[in-house]
Design a protein around this ligand. Sequence first.
Ligand SMILES: [Fe+2]
Ligand SMILES: [Fe+2]
Length: 273
Amino acid sequence: MRLLFIGDIVGRAGRAVLLEHLPNLRARWKLDFVVVNGENAAGGFGITEAICEDFLAAGADAVTLGNHAFDQKEALVFIERQPRLIRPANYPKGAPGRGANLIEAANGAKVLVVNMMGRLFMDALDDPFARIEDELAACPLGVGCDAAIVDFHAEATSEKQAFGYFVDGRVSLCVGTHTHTPTADARILSRGAGFITEVGMTGDYESVIGMEKDEPLRRFVRKIPSGRLEPAVGAATLCGVAVETGADGLAKKIAPLRLGGRLTPAEPDFWNG
Ligand SMILES: [Fe+2]
Ligand SMILES: [Fe+2]
């Protein structure tokens, strides 16, 4: 299968570059399944139902979230009727929505999508290592699903890499999100999981992790907040990771995708021609 994961869409600039390119990418590369992280899509904080539906209409099969999942209060309600919108699985019991779902791809294949949050330098949710065991046991790769994609939303590089090794051999792709700046380590782990520590945001990189930079700078320098954090509105870079899986559901090829905006472009060479 041909899988594409696109990192945190930040604000209007991020939404614009996603909606501009995703339909073309989907057709040009004959993508089977696309996941988009939407936790910062609405003004940098959370997601609305209209935005979620725009992403699905543009070619996303699933939308994952993170620590900003419920910043837009309407998400507490509409997430229940959006089976393709996935919030972190290790939220406390009783949280609205789903932390994982088995979603049918256009070609009929079944794809497990899980969103999980790390605990280092973040809100201490339930143990992500214990929770992913439950999810993978309930739907093993090759038995319950044809591909498995885990969005591990975490701050610490160490925790993200440890989590990758923990799920290696059991998922098609374990992708890090949340820190908004891509790492250069996209690779296939020894037991076959595609992995990248951090996929990077889809937003304007002339910013502080997607936010217009004056207010973050004031806060760092003066230690006094003096305004709201607003998403930067310059040309955004779409950041993602492309994975091709084999018959066993494990990754055979992986490459980063960077398109538009200020970062050096990159795209997989294995789907062209
Ligand atoms: Fe984010
Ligand atoms: Fe986040």
